[in-house]
Design a protein. Structure first.
Lengths: 349, 110
C-alpha cells in the first residue's frame, strides 16, 4: 500500500513538473500590430512576448500616440480642437498661437536640427516644398501635362524659409511665425522623431525587446527571445536585388533610416524628380539615390534629420558632419550603383 | 515489482513523452509561415513550403493576388495604382510586402 501511495505521488509530481516546465518553456510568440493612415505611410510594432494582453494594450497606446502626432504634424488637414502645423501656417504673420507641448518640443527639435545640419534640414522650407507637392500631385494625375515648379516661383519661395521667423515661447507654450509667407513642414524629421517617441512609450510600458517600423524608419530595442539581434537591410534603390542593397545589418538598440530619391518621385519629360528638396536651390538633389543612417535608437529623430541633410550635402560635407558626431554611420549610394560608407555601417555588398 | 507498478510506470512515461512532444512541437513550430494582414487584422496564414494562390481582398474593394511558389511568396498582380507591392518582389523575414492603398501586408514569420 505504501508503495502504491508513493507511486501516485510520483505520478502527480512528475506530471506537475512536466506541465509547469511546459508552460514556462512556451516560447514568447511574435506579436505584430500594423498601422495604416498615419504619416501617409505604413507602420508596425513587433514584440516577442507571451503576455498578449500587455502587447495589445501597448499597441493600443502606440495607436493613440501615432494618431496624436499625425494630427499635430498635419499641414493639409484641420482637426476639431487641435492646433496643428496647418493652423500655425495659416496664422503666419499674425499673432502667437497656443499649441500642444508636444508640438513645441518637435519644433524646438527642428530648430536644433537646422543648426546641426547647417540648414540642410530646414523645417521652414514649406513654401518651396509645397510648390513641388502641388506639381507632383497634379502631374501624377495628369502625366501628359506634367510640370515642375516655375524657377521664379521657387526663387521667391526660397526668400521665405528663414527659421528665425519661427518664434517659440516655451513658458507660455505659444508659437508664432513672423514671416507671413513662411510655411512649416516637419516632413524631414517627423517619422524619426515620432519613432523615437514611440520607443519611449513602449519602453515605459515595460516592454524591452521590440521593433518599430515607421514608414521605413526602423528602430529596435533588445534582442529576440532566442538571443539573436534584430536586423534590417537597406533597400536596393535600383530595385535590382529584391533581397536588399546590403546584407542584414544588426540594429539591436539602433535605428536605421534611409532618405532616397527612389521612394517618392514623379516624372516630367522622362526625368525623375524626388520629394527631397535642397535649401540651396529649391531643387531635388541628384548626387545620391539614397543615404542611410544608423545610430542609437534613442536618436531616431537625429537619424531622420541627418539622412535628409546628407542627401542634400556633398559627400565631403556629409562626412565632415558625421565625423563631428558620435556613433553615427552612413551609407551613400550613387546613381551609378557605387557606394561609400563610413566605418561601422557595414553590410553593403 | 508488480505488473500494475510496471503499468503505472509506463503510463507515466507515456504521458511524459506526449507532453514533451506537444511542447517540442509548440517550441519548434512548423517552419516558415506566410502571414497576410488586411488593415491590421490577420487575414490568412499559409505555409511557405506549399504552393498556393490567394486573392486578397483589401480595403475599398482593392485586391492583391498572392502567389506562393517554390518557397517564395509574392504579389503577382494588384488593383492598386502604384503597384509597389508587385515591384517589391518576394517577402522574407526582413522584408514584408506592403500595399498602402489596399492596406495589405504579407510577412514571413517563423
Amino acid at each position: 500500500m505504501k508503495r502504491r501511495i508513493f507511486a501516485f505521488a510520483l505520478i502527480i509530481s512528475l506530471l506537475a513538473s512536466l506541465l509547469s516546465s511546459c508552460s514556462f518553456a512556451l516560447p514568447p510568440q511574435k506579436q505584430v500590430r500594423e498601422y495604416f493612415g498615419y504619416f501617409d505611410t505604413f507602420s508596425s510594432l513587433t514584440v516577442y512576448t507571451s503576455d498578449e494582453e500587455l502587447f495589445e494594450s501597448a499597441a493600443d497606446e502606440l495607436d493613440s500616440l501615432f494618431e496624436d502626432y499625425n494630427k499635430l504634424f498635419d499641414i493639409y488637414h484641420s482637426y476639431d480642437g487641435v492646433t496643428n502645423l496647418r493652423t500655425i501656417n495659416e496664422n503666419a504673420g499674425k499673432g502667437a498661437l497656443k499649441v500642444d507641448e508636444r508640438l513645441i518640443a518637435a519644433l524646438e527639435f527642428g530648430k536644433q536640427m537646422q543648426d546641426l545640419t547647417n540648414g540642410h534640414t530646414n523645417i521652414a522650407l514649406g513654401s518651396v516644398i509645397s510648390l513641388w507637392h502641388e506639381a507632383r500631385e497634379y502631374s501624377k494625375k495628369n502625366p501628359d501635362s506634367a510640370y515642375i515648379p516655375d524657377a521664379d516661383a521657387i526663387k521667391s519661395a526660397l526668400l521665405h524659409t528663414d527659421i528665425d521667423a519661427l518664434v517659440i515661447d516655451r513658458s507660455s507654450l505659444t508659437v508664432k511665425i513672423t514671416d507671413e509667407k513662411l510655411l512649416l513642414d516637419l516632413g524631414a524629421i517627423s517619422k524619426g522623431y515620432v519613432a523615437e517617441r514611440a520607443a519611449e512609450l513602449i519602453l515605459s510600458l515595460g516592454i524591452k525587446n521590440f521593433l518599430i517600423n515607421l514608414g521605413g524608419n526602423v528602430l529596435s530595442c533588445g534582442q529576440k527571445p532566442d538571443g539573436s539581434e534584430w536586423s534590417a537591410v537597406v533597400e536596393d534603390p535600383f530595385g535590382k536585388s529584391k533581397d536588399g542593397f546590403t546584407s542584414p545589418i544588426s540594429i539591436s538598440d539602433r535605428t536605421l533610416v534611409t532618405s532616397g530619391s527612389y521612394q517618392r518621385y514623379y516624372t516630367v519629360d522622362n526625368k525623375n524628380y524626388s520629394h527631397i528638396i535642397s535649401k540651396d536651390n529649391g531643387m531635388p538633389p541628384e548626387r545620391f539615390v539614397s543615404v542611410s543612417i544608423i545610430c542609437p535608437y534613442s536618436q531616431s529623430g537625429l537619424a531622420d534629420a541627418l539622412s535628409t541633410a546628407l542627401f542634400c550635402m556633398s559627400l565631403e560635407e556629409g562626412r565632415a558632419l558625421v565625423e563631428s558626431l558620435e556613433d553615427v554611420s552612413v551609407l551613400w549610394i550613387f546613381p551609378d550603383g557605387s557606394f561609400e560608407q563610413t566605418d561601422g555601417f557595414g553590410g553593403a555588398k | 515489482m508488480r505488473k500494475s507498478d510496471l503499468l503505472l510506470l509506463s503510463s507515466v512515461l507515456a504521458i511524459a513523452l506526449i507532453v514533451f512532444g506537444i511542447c517540442a512541437a509548440l517550441y519548434l513550430g512548423k517552419g516558415e509561415t506566410v502571414v497576410v494582414r488586411v488593415d491590421g487584422e490577420e487575414y490568412a496564414r499559409l505555409p511557405l513550403d506549399e504552393d498556393a494562390e490567394l486573392l486578397i481582398e483589401g480595403v475599398n474593394g482593392g485586391t492583391n493576388l498572392l502567389i506562393i511558389k517554390d518557397g517564395k511568396a509574392y504579389i503577382s498582380e494588384a488593383t492598386c495604382p502604384d503597384l509597389v507591392c508587385v515591384h517589391t518582389g518576394h517577402a522574407d523575414e526582413l522584408k514584408s510586402i506592403v500595399c498602402l492603398p489596399n492596406r495589405v501586408t504579407v510577412s514571413i514569420e517563423k
